[in-house]
Design a protein around this ligand. Structure first.
Ligand SMILES: *[C@@H]1O[C@H](CO)[C@@H](O)[C@H](O)[C@H]1NC(C)=O
Ligand SMILES: *[C@@H]1O[C@H](CO)[C@@H](O)[C@H](O)[C@H]1NC(C)=O
Length: 196
């Protein structure tokens, strides 16, 4: 159990480093969208004007999640009015101040699952969620594995059976980049378990 947990923490740390590296590489790309994921004690955090979801914004986040869950036989997620505010607080923290350029947030202390998406341009919420769901093409359900060199973590959080609710927020930096964060309860991506 302890070994599994430290393996998980190493994996989460590696995930953050990879995400940060991808973001750094994306600086020269005109339209880049980078994703990161974490479970309870896993990856990390970032920046801009946090808009916490009106009902139409919540639909924009929620609908693409449920469009991915339905084909694999999962119940739809509910929008959570308790998760959206902490997501907004985090995106807001990442938005302000010197050196905070809408980078990923450190979510390692969060009890919730967290998917993050950083885009170099003003990305729509549905587009960010679609980029998470798109990882599903690398995921093999038969053996619960991800294609070599690929990441499937944001997808497997979206289609985690036990996850019941989600709350999201997005912030936009002065550079035009956006940071999107969705929090999930209960969290998914439990090591050694299949999402569904
Ligand atoms: C952030 O958005 C709020 C609400 O739309 C607005 O009142 C506020 O001025 C914005 N802050 C910045 C820094 O753009
Ligand atoms: C899992 O299954 C996929 C699809 O059948 C296959 O391509 C992949 O090599 C398998 N991975 C492992 C680790 O067995």
């Amino acid at each position: 159990m302890a070994a599994a947990s430290s393996r998980w923490q190493r994996m989460a740390a590696a995930c953050f480093v990879l995400a940060a590296l991808a973001m750094w590489r994306a600086r020269g790309v005109r339209r880049a969208l980078v994703s990161s994921w974490v479970v309870g004690r896993g990856c990390r955090r970032s920046m801009s004007n946090a808009s916490s979801s009106s009902s139409s914004a919540s639909d924009e986040f929620l609908a693409p999640h449920n469009q991915a869950r339905s084909p694999v036989g999962l119940a739809p997620l509910r929008w959570s009015g308790d998760l959206a505010p902490p997501a907004a607080r985090t995106t807001s923290q990442q938005q302000g101040g010197q050196g905070r350029r809408c980078g990923f947030a450190d979510m390692s202390g969060s009890p919730y699952g967290a998917n993050q998406g950083w885009a170099s341009y003003p990305a729509r919420p549905a587009e960010v969620v679609a980029s998470w769901v798109a990882q599903g093409r690398y995921y093999a359900h038969a053996n619960n594995s991800c294609a070599p060199g690929q990441q499937c973590g944001t997808y497997t959080q979206v289609v985690w059976r036990r996850t019941a609710e989600v709350g999201c927020a997005q912030a936009t930096c002065t550079t035009g980049a956006t940071l999107t964060i969705c929090l999930y309860n209960p969290h998914g991506n439990v090591q050694g378990q299949s999402p569904y």
